[in-house]
Each structure stands twice: as structure tokens, then as C-alpha cells.
Design a protein around this ligand. Structure first.
Ligand code: FMN
Length: 187
């Protein structure tokens, strides 16, 4: 798949059906993070690939209201990192940027493999930490919900979420975030 095709195909779908999670899949996704660029090649990312049924069930406890659709996850990738593992240049703190790039690489690869990989912020870091034994000094940055897209709309979805299954939520116009040559110039 061309990169642009994967970028366009990626969607935050919420109607999921099970998919088999293999060691090969986890290695494949992890490799995409491994070779991502990072400040000074610091590679600040850490991931927990949660895929055993019992652990997945425990992780349901950590999800916020509105994310019940994620109970159908075949895998939850817990995105972790520490500020001290990456560049801090004056007031510029890079670990979340680098970890975001590595995570997007995994998300695009999952998309290419025909999977849904949906990042979420709606979870309790405190509960996630307790369930998975994550040390206090490691930030729980996001969860990525992995599954296969189901053609049957998940009945737990709100009206708005159902709408978003059918059509990609609207984006800003390119001219509203692109500046040419200097800030504020659009032409
Ligand atoms: C950092 C981040 C947090 C998000 N948190 C949630 C969430 O808690 N629940 C949810 O259903 N979707 C969540 N999303 C998905 C966005 O709602 C979705 O990407 C956006 O609506 C655009 O839709 P699209 O990705 O299908 O184009 C999150 C996405 C990101 C990047």
C-alpha cells in the first residue's frame, strides 16, 4: 500500500470485531516504532501490548464513559514514556512528539494490514497504572485500541459516533492551518 493510501484509509472506527493477535503482528508493529526518527535517536517510547483475554477484560475498567465500544478490542496498545528519556531543549520537551510519531507509524502499519488502530485519551491513567503495574515515573500517554472493522454498527455508539462511522469527521480547511513562507501569509 502506498503511504498516502494508508493515511487516507486510517480511520478511528468504533465498530469492531475480533482479530487474531499473533507474536508476528506485535513484532511487526513494534518494528515500525523502532525505526522511527527521534531527537538524538533517543527512542523514548515504551509500549505494552495487552492481548490476553483476562488482561483485556481488566483494561475495560480503565476506559472512560463513551469508550464502551473499546470493550471489543482484540488488543490495547498502551503508549508510555518519560520526559527524561528524550531531549529537553530550553522549554522544548520532545518525548511526546517522538512517541506520537512512533505511534502513528504503528497505526499506519496496522491500517495497511487491514486493522483498525484507534488512539484514545479517554481512560484513567491511574487505573491503567494499577492494572498493568506501570511505575509512577512513567507517563501513560495514550491507548491504541486494535481490532477489525465490523460492518455491523456497535449498538453502544452515540448518534454522533454512528455518524462518524459512516463519514470522516469534518476537517479544517488547509488554508486555515497552512502558512506560506511567513506566519499569516496564505499566498
Ligand atoms: C489523542 C487522541 C485522543 C482521542 N481520544 C478518543 C477517545 O477517548 N474516544 C474516542 O472514541 N476517540 C478518540 N480519538 C479519536 C478521534 O475522535 C478521531 O481521530 C477524530 O474524531 C477524527 O476521526 P478520524 O480519525 O476517523 O479521521 C482520539 C484521537 C486522538 C489522536
Amino acid at each position: 500500500m502506498e503511504v498516502k493510501e494508508a493515511i487516507k484509509k486510517r480511520r478511528a472506527f468504533r465498530s469492531l470485531e475480533p482479530v487474531k493477535i499473533t507474536k508476528e503482528l506485535i513484532e511487526d508493529l513494534a518494528e515500525c516504532a523502532q525505526i522511527t526518527a527521534s531527537c538524538f535517536n533517543n527512542q523514548p517510547w515504551q509500549y505494552i501490548f495487552v492481548h490476553e483475554p483476562k488482561a483485556l477484560e481488566q483494561m475495560q475498567e480503565a476506559l472512560s464513559q463513551g469508550n464502551e465500544w473499546a470493550h471489543k478490542a482484540s488488543m490495547v496498545i498502551v503508549v508510555l514514556g518519560k520526559q527524561e528519556d528524550d531531549c529537553v531543549i530550553h522549554d522544548r520537551v520532545y518525548y511526546r512528539f517522538d512517541i506520537g510519531m512512533a505511534t502513528e507509524a504503528m497505526i499506519l502499519r496496522a491500517t495497511e494490514l487491514g486493522l483498525v488502530a484507534h488512539p484514545i485519551a479517554g481512560y484513567s491513567p491511574r487505573k491503567t497504572r494499577a492494572i498493568l503495574d506501570i511505575p509512577e515515573d512513567v507517563d501513560v500517554i495514550a491507548l491504541v485500541i486494535v481490532g477489525k472493522k465490523s460492518n455491523k454498527i456497535n449498538p453502544v455508539l452515540s448518534e454522533k459516533q454512528v455518524e462518524n462511522e459512516k463519514e470522516r469527521p469534518e476537517r479544517k480547511k488547509i488554508k486555515d492551518f497552512v502558512h506560506l513562507n511567513r506566519y499569516g501569509d496564505k499566498k
